[in-house]
Design a protein around this ligand. Sequence first.
Ligand code: NDP
Length: 297
Amino acid sequence: MTARLIDGKAFAAALRARIATLAAEFSATAGRKAGLAVVLVGEDPASQVYVRSKAKATAEAGMAGFEHRLPAETSQADLLALIAALNADPAVDGILVQLPLPAHLDEHTVIATIDPDKDVDGFHVSNAGRLAVGLPGFVPCTPLGCLMLLRDQLGSLAGLNAVVIGRSNIVGKPMAQLLLGENCTVTIAHSRTRNLADVVRGADVVVAAVGRPELVKAEWIKPGAIVIDVGINRVPGDAPGKTRLVGDVDFAGVSAVAGAITPVPGGVGPMTIAVLLRNALVAAYRHIGDPLPPEAI
Ligand code: NDP
């Protein structure tokens, strides 16, 4: 069997086009653009790349981007004061603080300071709790992007066995909550899971969010399963001094067994930014008291 390729890049491009149309309608209604503030503390190279691409995507969607780059030695008090100012700013609909933060800053306190109604990353405990109890709120971008791809592939996910490998607050746990919400039978695996291969073998849907290059092997996969690879790992390339990106799934092996699979790059990655724009737009419409119907995007 050769797996269908799940083209996250094309799906994300279509989603971003729909968002741009709705963002233009928002601007016409509200008399201003939907606004997304991004806060970056320090000079982490990967974070700088992410923030640049988020800023570019925000502008392309016809939204206003407010970028705040702070030095690595910024105090917790100064960062919290900036977030408080963004919470109060009527031009800002969504706030994203790029993680990880420098070690002297307390991530939990920083996230807890963001107004939950502007928490477009969905990391605030209020939004995590809303997801857990099935209330509407902001859902973290990467797992929501994965769910959109799965719904597009499968339609209904009801009754399927889903295994999520990874239990981070950013990907694994919200992914499992979303799949439970779709009526899957969900297993969350992690570094202490025994016989991971056997656990994964029972899955109709596998989501790998581990951060271990090509951990998931072909022999672990039930024939025909849908495999979503969240991992982004940089490994040595073919030529000396070169590197390449691989996922958490052994793509070449698994695509011979799975029914469908996301590539890395070009699978989940592009969905993350598209869903961020989606969340920012949802926040903007809510902010003006004219919520978007859920089927709009
Ligand atoms: P974390 O490091 O926060 O979590 C990794 C999880 O994997 C942990 O729960 C850990 O278990 C588990 N784990 C580690 N090793 C193993 C193992 N050998 N077997 C089973 N489970 C294991 O990572 P994130 O959730 O933040 O990210 C996961 C991956 O997804 C990374 O590669 C990251 O770069 C990528 N990512 C991609 C995004 C995108 O847009 N495509 C966005 C966000 C992340 P334990 O809890 O026991 O330690």
